[in-house]
Ligand binder design. Structure first.
Ligand code: HEC
Length: 100
């Protein structure tokens, strides 16, 4: 990853971390800062990674748990999903599904 891209992601992460989050999305927005590099700002990707914005939370949660368990085979998501607890995956799924 390029240094400028990393710097931009860290800037987004610190911005999100400094904003008050409600109990419902606690953690979700912060985790999402680690996903937006591929999935686009607020998950509205137009690139290689699929858009996540506004998709049903259940679908997003299920996909990530399937990557985590190895039931679904992706190019990169298997490794990424393994880095999060099921509760964290649920939180980030809720966060993306709530974006309009
Ligand atoms: C390095 C780039 C990259 C990062 C970082 C990344 N993803 Fe992905 N994501 C992908 C790609 C590419 C796919 C398509 C499946 C595959 O090839 O692994 C995908 C697929 C998905 C899907 C399935 C979408 C669908 O509609 O079925 C979900 C959900 C998802 N990612 C969530 C996340 C979350 C949440 C994070 C952050 C914790 C994240 N991704 C971080 C590249 C990335």
């Amino acid at each position: 990853m390029s240094t400028s891209k990393l710097a931009a992601m860290l800037a987004v992460a610190s911005l999100l971390a400094s904003q008050p989050v409600t109990a419902a999305d606690a953690g979700g927005a912060i985790i999402a800062a680690q996903c937006n590099g591929c999935h686009g700002f607020e998950g509205a990707s137009k690139g290689a990674a699929p858009a996540l914005k506004g998709k049903p939370a259940q679908h997003l949660s299920r996909s990530m748990k399937d990557y985590k368990s190895g039931k679904a085979k992706g190019s990169i998501m298997n490794r990424i999903a393994k880095g999060y607890s099921d509760a964290e995956l649920d939180n980030v799924a809720k966060y993306y599904s709530g974006l309009k």
